[in-house]
Design a protein. Sequence first.
Length: 143
Amino acid sequence: MELEALEEIHREVRALGAQIVVITPELERYTRALHKKLNLTFDILTDLHLKVAEQFRLVFTLPDYLRELYKSFGSTLDRFNDEPGYRLPMPARYLIDKAGMIRAADVNADYTVRQEPSETLTQLRMLSQAVADQRGDSIRRDK
């Protein structure tokens, strides 16, 4: 599961000076139970009515045939997400620096295709090394 895989890399992410934050359309009453069940050490935030996902242009509406399929399995997005329009965000993962600049992004319209957390960790290591190298250059220039 995605959250469990992110939990596995969380310690190293923190050691690199970064943090994991999950943003989901699921209501807090559902994510709170999941957070506790999986013993997660990072935050899960609720994007109520997909306002953040809309800003990133990640929102899509499920076609009718998928709505019916979801309903047949007993999964109703309107209950879990308070989203009667059956809209969902595309899965996305971003590395954002302290200045708020997106340094890496992975977005795929196919929700079954997601970047492995280990790949995100590799990108984070490279970004951390680049920042460290940049600091070293500025220290050498100041001498």
